[in-house]
Design a protein around this ligand. Structure first.
Ligand code: DOR
Ligand code: ZN
Length: 347
């Protein structure tokens, strides 16, 4: 049995870092294990222009622990008024890496998101031309669509038409949660890829709803039934270059989640690599682990694979998962995968 594993340092292709004290407290967890991350732009005042992204990047770098060289890759929050020329110049200067679509009302801080997709076609045209990735929160927000069907309906009514209109656009279908999503990515072409989170590889909707309502398993898109989780595990462990890790680690104060109207989001970066390694071991797929964590995403984004390596070690004892992190204004509950995890990152 494999007990140690050396792989290139992983990247996180979907991460929420927030700002202020929260940023300061969560960033060290990412810096420990990841070389780069795609930084989500859904701050309360969203990162809409290249100037906003530069300012946010500076704040991130000011909070980066001294002994790390973690690189934040900045994204812009797509609005119906996004200026294609700002997007073009930000990308060509290397100041922004991608643009994120939040359908208006889909999730945390998405009110400024897009209602009418046709309004963003001029931006998508430029992005297709310059090879800039379009990151998609793939859920419809129609009140008549059941929340468990939001992703599948998005594929049929939004994604397929966008793909037809912009055949060469680089698309990342973020935080995939369904077999429908996996099947769509597999049926599309190399420019359609997807991130998968650690939590969607581990939990199904029972984690959230059985035996009482469990707000720390609530995120968006919500976890679906078991057959969907199995399809995600199959996709992630297959080694297919179109699937890569995006933790979607999304910290909220515990009090904001344990509420009559709790926030969506799971803080998982403290143990993400360990949990994923365990999932791969359970599937007898450890040889594919570096593809999912370290190779596939870099390939799609056209970046070099990280030269630094990390060493994973399988302990005899089950790992103790940290329960929370403490901030001045409260605590953030860490993801409990509810399974035995033996892999840890050394150092
Ligand atoms: O669960 C989620 N939390 N899903 C998202 O799309 C946003 C995120 C957040 O920012 O809290
Ligand atoms: Zn997210």
């Amino acid at each position: 049995m494999l007990t140690t594993l050396n792989i290139p340092m992983p990247d996180d292709w979907h991460l929420h870092l927030r700002s202020g004290e929260m940023l300061n407290k969560v960033l060290p967890y990412t810096c420990q294990h990841f070389a780069r991350a795609i930084i989500m732009p859904n701050l309360p005042s969203p990162v809409i222009t290249t100037a906003d992204a530069k300012k946010y990047r500076t704040e991130i770098l000011e909070n980066r622990p001294d002994n790390h060289d973690f690189t934040p890759l900045m994204t812009l929050y797509m609005t119906e008024n996004t200026d294609p020329e700002d997007v073009r110049s930000g990308f060509l200067k290397g100041e922004v890496t991608a643009v994120k679509l939040y359908p208006a009302g889909a999730t945390t801080n998405s009110d400024a998101g897009v209602k009418d997709l046709e309004k963003i076609y001029p931006v998508l045209e430029v992005m297709e031309q310059i090879g800039m990735p379009f990151l998609v929160h793939g859920e419809v927000v129609d009140k008549d669509v059941d929340i468990f069907d939001r992703e599948a309906v998005f594929i049929d009514t939004k994604l397929i038409p966008i793909r037809q209109r912009f055949p060469n656009l680089k698309i990342v279908f973020e935080h995939l949660t369904t077999k429908d999503g996996v099947d769509y990515v597999l049926s599309s072409h190399k420019n359609t890829t997807a991130t998968i989170t650690p939590h969607h590889l581990v939990i199904n909707r029972n984690a959230m709803l059985v035996g009482g309502i469990k707000p720390h398993y609530y995120c968006l898109p919500v976890a679906k039934r078991e057959l969907h989780r199995l399809a995600l595990v199959q996709a992630a462990t297959s080694g297919d270059p179109r699937f890569f890790l995006g933790t979607d680690s999304a910290p909220h104060l515990t009090t904001a989640k344990e509420s009559a109207c709790g926030c969506a989001g799971i803080f998982n970066v403290a143990n993400a690599i360990s949990v994923i390694a365990q999932v791969f071991e359970n599937e007898h797929a450890l040889p594919q682990l570096e593809k999912f964590l370290s190779l596939n995403g870099a390939g799609f984004y056209g970046l070099e694979v990280n030269k630094k390596q990390i060493e994973l070690e399988r302990s005899k004892q089950c790992l103790t998962i940290p329960k929370n992190i403490v901030l001045a204004e409260g605590e953030v509950t860490a993801f409990d995968p509810m399974m035995d995890v033996y892999w840890k990152v050394k150092g």
